[in-house]
Design a protein. Structure first.
Length: 115
């Protein structure tokens, strides 16, 4: 039985933006990486990176986000591919550096400084 859901990114109309929208990948609490029982880092494709505080498991709260600008050029050669960010994979190192990949925009490196 579900007890809660993450808030949906709502600062823009990501469904109308083009490309894919929705949760794609999570940072895993593995040895040698950032580990937290309170925070979840997730990619949402055209809605970028999202950070959620899950201390209240019945009401997760978004505490940070980063949506990269649209790429200047496309690597994707499919016909009619939209020129939008597609944040896919991520890794958070022990110091809070977030490595965020995009098949068209390349690699973004961010510093997470907390809520």
């Amino acid at each position: 039985m579900p007890i809660s859901t993450f808030p949906v990114p709502c600062e823009a109309d990501f469904c109308a933006k083009g490309g894919k929208f929705g949760p794609h990948n999570l940072h895993e609490n593995r040895p040698g990486s950032f580990q937290s029982s309170d925070l979840i880092f997730a990619t949402f494709l055209n809605a970028g990176l999202r950070v959620y505080d899950i201390r209240d498991q019945f009401r997760p709260e978004e505490v940070g986000h980063f949506v990269p600008a649209a790429p200047l050029t496309l690597v994707d050669t499919r016909p009619n591919a939209p020129r939008v960010v597609q944040s896919g994979d991520l890794f958070v190192d022990p110091e809070g550096l977030v490595y965020l990949t995009d098949p068209n925009a390349g690699l973004h490196i961010l510093q997470f400084e907390g809520k």
